[in-house]
Ligand binder design. Structure first.
Ligand code: PLP
Length: 379
């Protein structure tokens, strides 16, 4: 069976072969508990600490500032709930954007039910948060700013360093959800001025169900998972050694090959964009032209239905939709809605996200397949 071309790397990534090799001993033989003081615990404990150093290296922080979680969602929960509960006496106001991943905005919604207040900042048509809006939203009661580094649907990259400076000036904790940017952009917590950063393993060629949170000392978010003292007391529960090893290796590779991978992804993404725009009339790019993940192409086909295109191309290309049409109703993604993309464009939006393994031949075939599924350019 010939599999469809995979162009959904923002959805998840395949395991890197080097990641699989690094994990193999912890699947096959090294089953020990890293907390055990006997022989079986030695290698797993060392492996967890090696992985912590590898994750710290890609973030330019100390290994003692990183703890492992079950993924991007849990990291965001730790960060936002942990800060909200720690600083409850100081204030109850959180600033975020109107097009965060549900792993951020649902946490904010929950906190609102607990008496917190959230400001959801607007984004421009290109998906950018204006740092001036952040400054304007600050109140005496603001305790946290949480704004994603790069958007998963359209790839727009925020001016995090500028926003962090505003947070710092007012003594507000600054968090970013970097699930989409690690491995696609530099993610140096010093350059970005962050107090907290969330990352997710399965977006960086490691397994699903593993992630990490960076926490800048002396910040100590309140913990929400009680139990034994693993992960320096940050996160109770026997460590997921197998996947921690995978995440560490994945970060090492991502850091080592970042420049090469960025150039590869960008050139294929541009090839795809040019190919589609050249063959199909009524094409619109979503997201910022420059401030965008190098691998992400969100593109709208005017008057088309994304679901129908995906159905037509599904045997040959795997991508994702920015809108779902059901009989006479259209559900536009909250991201496109926040950006104010007009309905006639938004409902025909597809997201193609390329990866390290994507080839030029795959892109050229995708152009042909998509062009055939969408109405041809009028001569
Ligand atoms: C921006 C962003 N944040 C958070 C998440 C959630 O990460 P996880 O699936 O590891 O919980 C995702 C995954 O789609 C994401 O794209």
């Amino acid at each position: 069976m010939i599999k469809p071309i995979y162009l959904d790397y923002n959805g998840t990534t395949p395991h890197d072969p080097e990641v699989i090799e690094a994990m193999r001993p912890y699947l096959e033989t090294e089953f020990g508990n890293p907390s055990s003081s006997h022989w079986y615990g030695i290698k797993p404990k060392q492996a967890v600490e090696t992985a912590r150093r590898q994750v710290a290296a890609i973030l330019n922080c100390s290994p003692t500032e990183v703890f492992f979680t079950s993924g991007g969602t849990e990291s965001n929960n730790h960060a936002i709930l942990g800060v909200a509960r720690r600083f409850r006496e100081k204030g109850n106001h959180i600033i975020t954007s109107s097009f965060e991943h549900p792993a951020v905005f649902e946490v904010c919604r929950y906190l609102e039910s607990q008496g917190f207040e959230t400001t959801y900042l607007p984004v421009s048509e290109e998906g950018l948060v204006d740092p001036a809006d952040v400054a304007g939203a600050v109140r005496a009661t603001t305790i946290l700013i949480t704004i994603m580094h790069a958007n998963n649907e359209v790839g727009t990259v925020q001016a995090i360093a500028d926003i962090s400076r505003i947070a710092k000036k007012h003594g507000i904790v600054m968090h970013t959800d970097a699930a989409q940017s690690v491995g696609k952009l530099p993610t140096d917590v010093e350059a970005l001025g962050l107090d907290l950063l969330s990352l997710a393993g399965h977006k960086v060629y490691a397994p699903k169900g593993i992630g990490a949170l960076y926490v800048r000392p002396p910040l100590v978010p309140e913990k929400f998972c009680y139990g034994a003292g693993q992960e320096m007391g940050w996160r109770a529960g026997t460590e997921n050694v197998l996947e921690i090893v995978g995440l560490g290796k994945a970060c090492e590779i991502a850091q080592r090959d970042l420049t090469k991978n960025m150039a590869h992804m960008k050139s294929l993404r541009e090839r795809l964009h040019e190919g589609l725009a050249g063959r199909i009339s009524g094409v619109r790019l979503n997201g910022h032209v420059q401030h965008r993940l190098p691998n992400t192409l969100s593109i709208s086909f005017r008057g088309q239905e994304a679901n129908r295109i995906l159905e037509n191309i599904g045997l040959e290309v795997a991508a994702s939709a920015g809108a779902a049409c059901h009989s006479d109703t259209v559900m536009i993604s909250h991201v496109l809605e926040a950006m104010g993309i007009p309905l006639e464009w938004a409902k025909g939006t597809l997201r193609f996200s390329v990866g390290r393994m994507t080839t030029e031949a795959e892109i050229d075939k995708t152009i042909r397949v998509v062009a055939a599924a969408v109405k041809p350019k009028v001569a």
